[in-house]
Design a protein around this ligand. Structure first.
Ligand SMILES: Nc1nc2c(ncn2[C@@H]2O[C@H](COP(=O)(O)OP(=O)(O)OP(=O)(O)O)[C@@H](O)[C@H]2O)c(=O)[nH]1
Length: 168
C-alpha cells in the first residue's frame, strides 16, 4: 500500500502514539526513522522506553540530518518518521539550507513505494519568540509542515490524544 499521513500536534499531545498505531495497523516490514539525537540521560531513558514500546518487529534507523537519504533507503517498507520538527532544528543548527531540504524531503515522500507516516510538532501557536534563532526555527518548522501537508494524502492534528482530520 502506498499512502502518506502527516500527524501534527503539540508536545505530549499523543501524536507519536497515534502515528505508531496507524503504522501498526498496516501489514509488512516497519521502519522507524528517528531524527532525535540523544543528548542526556533523560533523553536516553525516554528513547529506551519508546524502543521497548515499539517492540522487536520494528527496525530503527537514526537520521538527524539526511532524512531524505534514509527514506530513499527504505524501499517497500512502512516508514514512521518521528519527527520533522527536530529535523528542522538539526538542519538549522548544522546551517543547512531549509528550502533545499524541504524540496528533497517532499521528493523522497513522493518517491516512497510503501506507506509513510510523518510526525511533526505544531510550534507556531504561542507568542513570537524573542530571539532570532527561535524565530527562524519556528518559521522553518511551520514552512516544512505546510510543504509536507501539501504532498501528504492525509493530515491529522492530535490534541489531548484525539485526532482531528485536516486533510483526506
Ligand atoms: N534517536 C532515537 N530517537 C527516538 C527513538 N524512538 C523515539 N525517539 C524520539 O522520541 C521523540 C518522541 O518522543 P517524546 O519526546 O516522548 O514525544 P512527544 O513529542 O513529547 O509527545 P507525543 O506528542 O506524545 O509524541 C521523537 O523525537 C523521536 O525521534 C529511537 O529509537 N532513537
Amino acid at each position: 500500500m502506498t499512502s502518506s499521513l502527516l500527524v501534527l500536534g503539540g508536545a505530549r499531545s499523543g501524536k507519536s502514539r497515534h502515528a505508531q498505531a496507524a503504522a501498526e495497523a498496516l501489514p509488512g516490514a516497519r521502519l522507524f526513522i528517528a531524527t532525535a539525537e540523544i543528548w542526556d540521560a533523560e533523553m536516553a531513558d525516554r528513547i529506551a522506553r519508546h524502543r521497548a514500546d515499539r517492540g522487536p518487529e520494528w527496525e530503527t534507523v537514526e537520521a538527524p540530518i539526511d532524512l531524505p537519504g534514509a527514506l530513499a533507503a527504505a524501499r517497500g517498507k512502512t516508514v514512521l518518521v518521528d519527527c520533522l520538527t527536530l529535523w528542522a532544528s538539526n538542519l538549522l543548527l548544522a546551517e543547512r539550507d531549509g528550502e533545499a531540504a524541504a524540496d528533497a524531503l517532499c521528493a523522497a515522500i513522493q518517491a516512497h513505494d510503501g506507506a509513510i507516516i510523518l510526525v511533526a510538532n505544531e510550534v507556531g501557536l504561542g507568542i513570537v519568540p524573542d530571539n532570532a534563532l527561535a524565530r527562524r526555527f519556528r518559521d522553518l518548522a511551520g514552512t516544512l509542515n505546510q510543504r509536507v501537508a501539501a504532498v501528504a494524502d492525509r493530515v491529522v492534528f492530535v490534541a489531548a490524544g484525539l485526532p482531528l482530520a485536516l486533510k483526506g
